[in-house]
Design a protein. Structure first.
Ligand code: PGA
Length: 244
């Protein structure tokens, strides 16, 4: 079985000085793949200071070049050393109007440049309470597949992030996560992409990581708040190493 993957999502946090301290305190853990997705302005700093962790960004333009003020292309991210880019995070969907089709186009842009898109999917609380979690996730995945084609799905990392668990301190229970992960795995397997990794994200902390990573179908985690504290992030990486 592949090593687990732990990805830090810094969101809109950091400063040159704070980053330097954090980069100095995190490092590779044997038996786990780890990466951090930092804000664009800090990619160069991260590329020179990170030891043993891969680099990623938090969003990407669907466009490659041209008159698109403010956009950052996947090719630029690759040139700066990125291996991953998060696409379709729920904050980008809800706050910045990214719809399913746009998420698909961003995933395609990432693949075009040789990056692995970390495609975030997940239901809102209302959708969960209506029993629609699997439908929502399936719709979001279908939209990506429609743009990139099923043959590219194995190069994608899927992150299941229930919206109600993000930043709330209320992670999905092992049982709740397992049901959706099994659904995502079935969806991938049905399209010849069983090799794709499926991460869980949403209030993963040092004290719940081991149980989540021991859950069948969970190949690692996408970590928000806890990725900003070196001790917590390293503890989560160690939990992933021992849960592999
Ligand atoms: P959280 O965020 O770990 O702070 O809940 C996860 C994410 O948004 O990727």
């Amino acid at each position: 079985m592949a090593q687990k993957l732990v990805v830090g999502n810094w969101k809109l946090n950091g400063s040159l000085a704070a980053n330097e301290a954090l980069f100095g305190a995190i490092g590779a853990v044997a038996g786990v793949d780890a990466a951090v997705c930092v804000p664009f302005p800090y990619l160069a700093q991260a590329a020179s200071s990170l030891r043993g962790l891969a680099l990623g960004a938090q969003t990407v333009s669907e466009f490659q070049t041209g008159a698109y003020t403010g956009e950052v292309s996947a090719e630029m991210l690759a040139e700066l050393g990125c291996r991953y880019v998060i696409v379709g995070h729920s904050e980008r969907r809800s706050l910045f109007g990214e719809d399913d089709a746009a998420v698909g186009r961003k995933a395609a842009a990432a693949l075009r440049a040789g990056l692995a898109p970390i495609v975030c999917v997940g239901e809102s609380l209302a959708e969960r309470e209506a029993g629609r979690a699997l439908d929502v996730v399936g719709r979001q995945l279908d939209a990506v597949s429609a743009v990139i084609g099923a043959s590219a799905l194995a190069r994608v990392v899927v992150a299941y992030e229930p919206v109600w668990a993000i930043g709330t301190g209320r992670a999905a229970s092992v049982d709740e996560a397992q049901v959706v992960h099994a659904g995502i795995r079935g969806w991938l397997a049905g399209r010849g992409a069983a090799a794709a990794r499926v991460l869980y994200g949403g209030s993963v902390k040092a004290d719940n990581a081991a149980a989540l990573f021991a859950t069948p179908g969970i190949d690692g985690g996408l970590i928000g708040g806890a990725s900003l504290a070196a001790r917590d992030f390293m503890a989560i990486c160690r939990a992933a190493a021992s849960g592999a």
